[in-house]
Ligand binder design. Structure first.
Ligand code: CS2
Length: 491
């Protein structure tokens, strides 16, 4: 067998049928994206390429890995930033080569190049997908966590930062001192009020060293909020094979995803933006209703499915949702417990949204692993489930199924599935969480509720939360499948 050549810009002429459009003019870099994971490459990068095709603009992307993932940088740079998006839906597979990514950097190795770009006035947007933990927030105040190891280091060495707040504050110091207008900061992470949350983290970081800089950021920089949505699993060999089979050249870094995508963006870009609306993005004044609906309905049920599945032994989301009692439980959880907490515009049909989500979960071509979603629960549980629980309790309503979801997370943290299979807990708070593990349900609930970074003390104290939570942990002692059956049968 002859070895296939590698995807690269010189080969683009022969790849035209696999691009969004044969037209292409290489843009300059206008966006720096922190956290160049699969999600960004299947989402913002695709929207941005379509926007440039429709309306032009110098919006090439420089992606940055903050974890020093040199292998990822080198794999993408060996392909001149090109990669394919492998859309997997009920109607088959579609492979598209994306060209918007122009450069990839790995921190801390490429710090000088990153700061040169962050100082460049052509860079008008810095976007982020760094997950909840990348914000280094003290969740009780929303300010940056001054005890966080990376934050302490960055405050002591402001010219060699490695955290997101540290990097952004240093970049703004450069721009302010040079008289260059600021770039807009666009958070694309799944947390509520993501723009405001990031602004608070960056401003409070700056304030700890340089109050004038904090004031400058506060008054000059726009941090619009966004709601991002596309289910994007990790890449497998099957994706690499599908891409190279379709393209007839080797792609070492394809991204699998579902056909569906959605992006709702707060329209505040004083330094300009790509014409993302031409690619189907919704530019709105207020993102919040969309953001909360997505976090609670999609991410909330995703996490529920993930923890129950880890215990019950369902490996992928489609496998979990094919289990009739679990589907019934998730349907009821959305309809009866989550949807009533949402305050959405009349044009937003929550029940149609629910049905569309269930159909997306059933996509058997995607193979979205429940273990992937189960990661970082300490960061995901509060916005996805606890906020809904508080809203329900404040309205004097029941939380049986939501409590089961949180209970499943607690039991999951024991690191052992119902059939005895052991798995690792991947979570920035893993040590703290596993130290609080107990076999006895009441003890487990007690120890976990004492972790204030996850459970706000006001909620943790409430009897109307503790009771159903403990009852659900007790149910799970008999196995997740039995618990699922029980809760699916609730009226
Ligand atoms: C998932 C999300 O991994 C997870 O925690 O819930 O990444 C989810 O797939 C996306 O938010 C969908 O837009």
């Amino acid at each position: 067998m002859t070895e296939k050549s590698r995807l690269c810009r010189a080969a683009l002429a022969s790849l035209k049928p696999h691009t969004l459009s044969p037209e292409w003019r290489e843009p300059r870099i206008g966006i720096v994206h922190l956290g160049i994971g699969n999600f960004h490459r299947a989402h913002e990068a695709v929207y941005t390429e379509e926007a440039m095709l429709a309306a032009g603009g110098e919006w090439g992307i420089c992606g940055v890995t903050l974890q020093g993932d040199v292998a990822k940088r080198d794999a993408l740079m060996a392909q001149d930033g090109l990669y394919s998006v492998v859309e997997r839906g009920p109607d088959g597979v579609r492979v598209t080569v994306i060209r918007a990514l122009k450069e990839v950097l790995a921190m801390p190795h490429d710090r000088a190049r990153l700061f040169a770009l962050l100082a460049d006035e052509n860079v008008r947007i810095v976007s982020l997908t760094v997950t909840e933990k990348g914000y280094c927030r003290d969740t009780t105040t929303g300010d940056v966590d001054l005890r966080h190891e990376g934050i302490t280091r960055d405050l002591a060495n402001p010219d060699a930062p490695s955290t997101v707040p540290g990097i952004l504050a240093a970049a703004f110091r450069q721009r302010r001192d040079a008289g260059t207008p600021p770039f807009t900061v666009l958070s694309c992470d799944n947390l509520s009020h993501n723009g405001a949350a990031l602004k608070q983290a960056v401003v409070s970081f700056a304030r700890a060293r340089d109050a004038a800089l904090a004031d400058w950021i506060e008054s000059h920089v726009a941090f619009p909020s966004t709601m991002v949505d596309r289910i994007v699993p990790s890449t497998t060999d099957a994706d690499r094979e599908a891409a190279s089979h379709a393209l007839k050249v080797e792609d070492a870094a394809p991204v699998p995803c579902e056909p569906f995508r959605q992006w709702v963006i707060g329209d505040r870009f004083p330094a300009g933006r790509p014409a993302w609306e031409t690619a189907g993005a919704q530019l709105v004044d207020d993102v919040m209703p969309f953001e909360i609906a997505k976090l609670r309905m999609l991410n909330g049920t995703h996490s529920t499915l993930a923890y129950l599945s880890m215990l019950a032994g369902f490996v992928t989301i489609d496998e979990a949702i094919a289990h009739a009692p679990l589907k019934k439980l998730i349907h009821a959880m959305m309809t009866q417990e989550i949807a009533p907490t949402l305050d959405v515009p009349p044009s937003f049909d929550v029940l149609a949204y629910r049905d569309a989500l269930l159909a997306r979960y059933a996509n058997a071509a995607l193979k979205h692993r429940t273990a992937q979603i189960a990661m970082d629960g300490s960061q995901k549980i509060p916005p996805r489930l606890l906020a809904t629980i508080e809203a329900r309790l404040n309205a004097g309503r029941s939380i049986e199924r939501l409590a089961l979801a949180v209970a499943a997370w607690l039991v999951f943290l024991r690191g052992c599935a119902d059939d005895g299979t052991r798995y690792e807990i991947s979570d920035p708070m893993a040590a703290r969480l596993t130290a609080s593990i107990a076999d006895e349900p009441a003890q487990l609930v007690e120890a976990m509720l004492a972790i204030n970074e996850v459970f706000p003390p006001g909620l943790a104290r409430r009897d109307d939360f503790r009771r159903p939570l403990q009852a659900a942990v007790v149910r799970l002692q008999d196995g997740a499948r039995a618990a699922i059956e029980h809760y699916a049968a609730l009226a």
